[in-house]
Design a protein around this ligand. Structure first.
Ligand SMILES: *Cc1c(COP(=O)(O)O)cnc(C)c1O
Length: 362
């Protein structure tokens, strides 16, 4: 079932047992599905995300992660509100684009792609612009692999009394995050990232008391977060429109496997070890990372091309033939490629990868 390992930030390499979980059909209106699968997932997501689960609730939403970001911004920020987006990469900028589409009054504060979002700069802006009501930020900017300082950012946002929306797409489940402790109001992730499910839906973790007030705010019917939540809540796991049943079932299996691994802390440990093995091996071969270690997440790592003559396509094809699919770079200022550390991949896979890269370069 595995022609090659995906060393990409999602879809990523999943276990055979997650794929096998998709081998039965489910009825969206039957309680085997709604109560037996959807409600279990919603409850477990809240428990993973918050040390005070009673204050939070989970909504599952069809589509990829961006659909969920759009559902959140479009259903939470009112026409009279003002949103600040702190952006140090493509996903932060996308939140700015979504805001334009939704006619949200929004300011995008741009940071260098190779630097983390600076909480001090954020603080200065919020002091000068007290009319701001919501702040949105990406936790792990998958564009480069930067891990933004979520706790410091949240402390600033809370001090100014604003609502904090976090795109934790590529970190939730793989990097410990306690929404209650940190003070996050809305957090978005998707099935095919660190929980290690397959693509097809995403989810939003929301502070219940805030989501309850979002009736009628949405700019889109299919992306109405409140309506989706209300239907799931009152219907005990019912989706408004056709849900990706097989994918949702696979996700339940992925959650079981996360638990069996030892939860988020254990998975974070494995991702860190994957990352360490990768970076140590690459540096020994002469490759340089785009980011300093202090800003680097264990999720995905960007490397500079080793020379001006480097042919990424050729490198990519050779590694693919050896069983590894890597990722092109996504920034404009430098020639880079990326290697993902997440999914059902383990330190020994990275030892083999380094060996393959060594053979490819010779
Ligand atoms: C994957 C990802 C998304 C969502 O991208 P989709 O292509 O819509 O799944 C959003 N933000 C971040 C940080 C991501 O890594």
């Amino acid at each position: 079932m595995r022609p090659y390992l995906l060393l990409t930030p999602g879809p990523l390499t999943t276990t055979d047992t997650v794929k096998e979980a998709m081998m039965s059909d489910w009825c969206t209106w039957d309680e085997d599905y709604n109560i037996g699968i959807v409600e279990v997932i919603r409850k477990e997501l809240v428990e993973i995300a918050s040390s005070r689960p009673e204050e939070y609730t989970a909504v599952l939403m069809q589509g990829s992660g961006s659909f969920c970001v759009e559902a959140t911004l479009g259903s939470v920020v009112r026409p009279t509100d003002k949103l600040l987006v702190a952006a140090n990469g493509a996903y932060g900028k996308r939140m700015g684009v979504i805001s334009e589409y939704c006619h949200i009054d929004c300011h995008v504060m741009k940071f260098e792609e190779t630097e983390a979002v600076d909480p001090k700069v954020l603080d200065e802006y919020l002091t000068a612009h007290p009319e701001t009501t919501h702040v949105a930020v990406v936790h792990c900017e998958t564009t480069t692999g930067v891990l933004n300082p979520l706790e410091e950012i949240a402390a600033v946002v809370k001090r100014h009394g604003q609502v904090l929306i976090v795109d934790a797409m590529s970190s939730f489940g793989g990097v410990p995050i306690d929404m209650a402790k940190i003070g996050i109001d809305f957090m978005i992730s998707s099935a095919n990232k660190c929980i290690q499910g397959v693509p097809g839906f995403g989810f939003i973790l929301a502070r219940r008391s805030l989501l309850e007030k979002c009736k009628g705010v949405a700019r889109s019917l299919s992306l109405d977060l409140f309506d989706q939540w209300e239907t799931m809540e009152k219907g005990h796991g019912k989706w408004r429109f056709t849900s990706p049943t097989h994918v949702v079932r696979a996700f339940l299996q992925a959650l079981k496997e996360l638990k069996a691994e030892g939860g988020v802390a254990a998975r974070y440990g494995r991702y860190c070890e994957n990352h360490r093995t990768l970076v140590d091996g690459m540096r020994a071969l002469g490759y340089k990372t785009l980011l300093p270690d202090s800003q680097q997440s264990p999720v995905i790592t960007s490397f500079y091309y080793p020379s001006a003559e480097f042919d990424f396509k050729d490198f990519y094809q050779k590694l693919k033939a050896k069983g590894f699919v890597i990722y092109p770079g996504k920034i404009s200022q430098a020639d880079t490629f990326r290697i993902g550390n997440i999914g059902d991949v383990h330190p020994d896979d990275f030892v083999r990868l380094i060996e393959a890269i060594k053979e490819t370069t010779v």
